[in-house]
Design a protein around this ligand. Structure first.
Ligand SMILES: *[C@@H]1O[C@H](CO)[C@@H](O)[C@H](O)[C@H]1NC(C)=O
Length: 289
């Protein structure tokens, strides 16, 4: 009896030890597996995003995806087009009515566009910018207020940091040569500081030309799906074709608050049709109207 009992007592714990060791091994194996799967996931996703940063061919995929059956649905979606400079397109940002409204209130006040003289900081007439334009006072009416609020939501930059909307009109042959939106003079940064970002809204389609081109963007420009439809000027860089209602956002400053020279851009000459656009320049600080 005692022997049996001892046997009972001595064998039971051993069996317990054996089974708990098995469970332990199982758990270790399982955690190892999890670690491997996680590590693989992190590695592959980081290589994926590294690829995406300068791989402009993803635009092809995104564009096709977005245009899939949206003939009339007008769904809104954001497409990252470049990381250097940081730029994205918000498709169908404005309704057709909003585009037409902005044109109608600006049209009676259109004047020859000027450029900022980087030495004096004053505006002057120039052959590098041949469009006509006018400024609309910030918050001037309900429609403009609604658009400005939408811009603030899109950019995470407050309405108060924005300059008044500028509406521009380019006829065939008119253009804006490569330039930066940030200032290189002291005078223009006194109110609101540097320009940090620009939202460029297309108020019309353009039959040919009139692209917004970023000649210093990093990536293979010719991999965009609409490459063959671009004008010669549009092929000088990463180009965005004007499309009524679309908004292009790009940053003139990097996340470390230094000026981003890859934000160099221009408005290609319009070849066929008329181009109407509206620009919102946004400052680092509040811009007093
Ligand atoms: C750029 O993209 C085009 C079109 O996808 C391709 O034919 C060309 O080989 C690419 N160039 C480079 C340098 O990768």
């Amino acid at each position: 009896m005692a022997g049996k009992g001892r046997q009972h007592y001595s064998s039971a714990p051993r069996r317990k030890t054996a089974s708990s060791t098995l469970v332990l091994y199982g758990l270790i194996l399982l955690s190892l597996l999890i670690v491997i799967v996680l590590a693989f996931g992190i590695l592959s996703s980081s290589t994926n995003s590294k690829h995406k940063a300068h791989d402009l061919s993803v635009i092809a995929h995104d564009s096709l995806h977005g245009r899939d059956g949206d003939e009339e649905s007008k769904d809104q979606w954001v497409e990252v087009i470049s990381w250097e400079p940081r730029a994205s397109i918000f498709h169908h940002f404005l309704s057709k009515e909003e585009c037409e409204y902005l044109i109608s209130i600006a049209q009676p006040h259109m004047e020859k566009s000027t450029v900022v003289d980087s030495e004096t900081g004053k505006s002057r007439d120039s052959r590098v910018r041949t469009s006509y334009g006018t400024f609309l006072a910030r918050g001037r009416d309900k429609v403009v207020q609604r658009i400005e609020k939408r811009i603030a939501d899109f950019t995470f930059l407050p309405v108060e940091h924005g300059e008044g909307l500028q509406v521009l009109h380019y006829e065939p042959g008119q253009k804006y040569e490569h330039h930066y939106d940030y200032f290189l003079d002291e005078y223009n940064t006194q109110n609101g500081g540097q320009r940090i970002a620009t939202v460029l809204m297309y108020l019309s389609d353009v039959e040919e030309g009139g692209e917004t081109v970023f000649p210093a963007a990093k990536g293979n420009f010719s991999s965009v799906p609409y490459w063959n439809e671009l004008s010669e000027c549009g092929k000088e860089g990463l180009s965005v074709r004007p499309k009524m209602g679309d908004a292009l956002l790009f940053w003139s400053m990097k996340p470390d608050a230094t000026l981003d020279s890859s934000s160099l851009h221009g408005g290609c000459p319009v070849i066929k049709g008329n181009k109407w656009s509206s620009t919102k320049w946004i400052r680092v600080h509040e811009y007093k109207a």
